[in-house]
Write a protein that binds this ligand. Structure first.
Ligand SMILES: Cc1cc2nc3c(=O)[nH]c(=O)nc-3n(C[C@H](O)[C@H](O)[C@H](O)COP(=O)(O)OP(=O)(O)OC[C@H]3O[C@@H](n4cnc5c(N)ncnc54)[C@H](O)[C@@H]3O)c2cc1C
Length: 333
């Protein structure tokens, strides 16, 4: 029986990278505890290849829970399914990703199984002697790191920020067990079903997995000006990010927010436009490979961490970069 579990994420049957990142975290914990590591994969008709990939990336076991009614993430049904398997197999530790679905599912699940939950952990370890999970996360606006443990309840549950750990390389020599868990009607909560996805994909943007992120902040002055950020991101083949100020003003949706209370990204290229570079914003971008800052204030904090700082008015600098990109992409203007 496995005692450390990770909740794998998939979309249309394809595993998300964060599933492998969680396994890297889980592997370390399971090895310290001398126990097995399992990944739970919920979906519909997810191929065996995906499960084998989970094993190659560190899982000893995969609990495969497949049903057409589980094809899309529905919090209530996923939580019911997990409640059932948790009661049956009694894992000691469950790790999920601090993605939109993980952040929705895990608090709901924690209530169902009377467990605690530490959200957004950056470090996880095992306490010597007790074997308790040590769950570390930033607290008080990122000024301190708090370590939390759950000595009295099981499972110990935590979400982990995507991109805060590297997946283990795929090891073809690894072998493991795939356990098919049958789905019964009482495991499905029929009150909510997915009827379709909005065609306007902006609110479903996956900034965490993007290689290029162009982000806008309060310096853009108004929501309409995100159009130039979006156009620039498109011409780089990237996605749009934002500071919390921009999100709080309703200029763009929360899924775009980068930082302590938003997403952590580690793209190859991050361009911040009209973003001052608060400590909370920097917390989300610090592992970016190249940081470019566009800000009219030469003393802006973002310039200080940037590889390239462009001191200038966003409304002059961005159109200029856009013109050059258009020329490069063959659509000279
Ligand atoms: C607990 C907590 C969690 C938080 N979480 C987050 C988070 O996840 N993400 C986040 O971003 N923030 C977060 N914040 C908020 C954070 O403290 C800042 O308020 C926020 O990041 C500022 O956003 P901004 O840079 O867009 O705005 P500002 O700090 O107001 O900066 C705007 C910048 O635009 C520049 N500017 C103005 N006009 C132009 C122009 N024409 N051209 C170019 N530049 C121009 C200005 O010089 C300025 O530097 C959090 C705060 C707290 C307390």
């Amino acid at each position: 029986m496995s005692f450390v579990w990770t909740i794998a994420e998939q979309h249309d049957g394809k595993l998300r990278d964060v599933s492998f990142e969680l396994l890297a975290r889980g592997r370390k914990l399971a090895d310290k505890l001398g126990t097995k590591l399992a990944s739970v994969l919920i979906g519909d008709k997810v191929g065996e290849q995906a499960m084998e990939e989970l094993i190659r990336r560190g899982a000893d076991e995969v609990y495969s829970i497949q049903d057409p009614r589980l094809a899309n993430f529905v919090c209530e049904s996923y939580a019911r399914v997990l409640t059932r398997v948790i009661k049956t197999y009694q894992p000691s530790i469950i790790l999920a990703a601090a993605t939109s679905s993980g952040r929705t599912l895990m608090p709901y699940l924690a209530i169902k199984v009377t467990a605690g939950l530490t959200a957004d952990c950056t470090e996880l370890d095992i306490e010597e002697g007790t074997g308790n999970l040590l769950q570390t996360r930033p607290a008080i606006g990122g000024n301190i790191m708090a370590t939390i443990k759950t000595p009295d309840h099981r499972p110990q549950m935590a979400t982990v920020r995507p991109k805060s750990s590297r997946p283990l390389p795929a090891d073809a020599s690894r072998s493991g067990k795939i356990i098919a868990v049958p789905v019964t009607d009482d495991m499905i909560d029929g009150r909510a079903t997915v009827v379709g996805y909005r065609k306007d994909a902006t609110d479903f943007v996956n900034v965490e997995e993007a290689d290029i992120v162009v982000a806008g902040g309060k310096g853009l002055k108004k929501g309409d000006n995100f159009t130039m950020i979006r156009t620039l991101a498109d011409s780089f083949g990237g996605v749009v990010g934002a500071s919390r100020e921009a999100v709080d003003r309703g200029w763009i949706g929360y899924p775009h927010q980068i930082g302590l209370s938003g997403k952590t990204i580690s793209p190859k290229l991050y361009i911040g436009v009209g973003i001052s570079g608060s400590i909370q914003h920097l917390a989300g971008i610090k592992t970016s490979e190249i940081i470019v800052s566009v800000n009219s204030d030469p003393d802006a904090s973002l310039h200080k961490v940037a590889d390239f700082g462009i001191v200038g008015d966003a409304f002059q600098v961005v159109p200029e970069i856009q013109r050059r990109m258009d020329r490069r992409n063959g659509g000279a203007k």
